[in-house]
Design a protein around this ligand. Structure first.
Ligand code: AMP
Length: 308
């Protein structure tokens, strides 16, 4: 696996693969990440390999998607360990750019003004606006997060020019917004969803789990258990959405260390909350803060037509 830092080196490395004998129609699959890799990320790399001959992974902690007071500075950066994991998972190229490579504005104007300019630039493109969906759930707790996320994902797509891009179901709202953006700006790109990879406790793997000590990990494990209680209520006794939410919420009542932000059921096709008349596949979302670490998770739940 080769690690590339500049856009020119990345493009040269991809072209080099395309120019190999018999590789003219080479397909490229792309896995964007922020590093501090775990088994969840590696599952995306393996999924990418199912679709394409060349698997490109990026590691970039994107300043545009962090708000003031969030963990941009302390976000774990573990490049050497990540390179070894990616090598073992079979990635071909790692793109690990600097901020200036992704946002040339930073090279010209310095960090603060450059980032502000990059933000302003991306606001000019309506397809990069996360809109009303981007202002709910994670977007309500993290204003500007999804606009910053869309800005970087679009820039990465422009640089890598992939045929496939693989994202985890763990970040369901992000995936919803990326699908919409890609349909507008990159119509030939296939967005692939990969399932959530969990710890044995059920806790969804996350780079931010590194912030949790043993006691906090145990608290965090209750989030997925609450989702499971909700799913069981719907799928085994036919509980309606409002009851499902109550059942899941009740499961967290004895866990005051998990500060619940939201527990909600949405229609995956619109990301809007569902009401009790909903039938079909919904997505149950949860977000909570454990200690000072924000955690999110989700689970699909099937609501059947009531039997006559
Ligand atoms: P991140 O490095 O947190 O920005 O995540 C990079 C990609 O990995 C995103 O598409 C995430 O949805 C995905 N991802 C993160 N955690 C998991 C997980 N536990 N299972 C599956 N995918 C994940």
């Amino acid at each position: 696996m080769k690690t590339l830092v500049t856009a020119a080196d990345l493009q040269a490395a991809i072209d080099e693969e395309r120019d190999l004998p018999g590789c003219a129609g080479l397909k490229v699959a792309f896995v964007p990440t922020m590093g501090a890799l775990h088994e969840g990320h590696l599952s995306l790399v393996r999924k990418a390999r199912e679709y394409a001959d060349l698997v490109v992974v990026s590691i970039f902690v994107n300043p545009l998607q962090f708000g003031a007071g969030e963990d941009f500075d302390k976000y774990p950066r573990t490049l050497e360990a990540d390179e070894a994991l990616l090598e073992s998972a079979g990635a071909d190229l790692l793109f690990a750019p600097t901020v200036e490579v992704i946002y040339p504005e930073v090279g010209e104007l310095g960090v603060a003004a450059g980032i502000a300019a990059a933000r302003a630039q991306s606001k000019l493109n309506p397809a990069l606006k996360s809109g009303p969906v981007g202002a709910t759930f994670e977007g309500a707790a993290r204003p500007g997060h999804f606009d910053g996320m869309l800005a970087v994902v679009a820039r990465l797509f422009e640089l890598v020019k992939p045929d496939f891009a693989v994202f985890g179901a763990k970040d369901a709202q992000q995936l919803f917004l990326i699908r919409r953006m890609a349909a507008d700006l990159f119509p030939d790109l296939h967005i692939i969803e990969a399932p959530i990879v969990r710890e044995a406790s059920g806790l969804a793997m996350s780079s931010r789990n590194r912030y949790l000590d043993q006691a906090a990990l145990e608290v965090a494990g209750h989030l997925s258990k609450a989702l499971k209680v909700g799913k069981a209520a719907a799928e085994t006794i036919g509980a309606k959405p409002s009851l499902v939410i109550n059942a899941a919420r009740a499961r967290l009542e004895g866990v005051p260390e998990a500060k619940l932000d939201y527990l909600a059921l949405v229609d995956p096709s619109s990301f809007e909350p569902i009401d009790d008349s909903f039938t079909g596949r919904a997505l149950m979302l949860i977000a909570a803060v454990v200690g000072s670490t924000r955690l999110i998770d989700n689970l699909t739940i099937d609501f059947q037509e009531p039997s006559a």
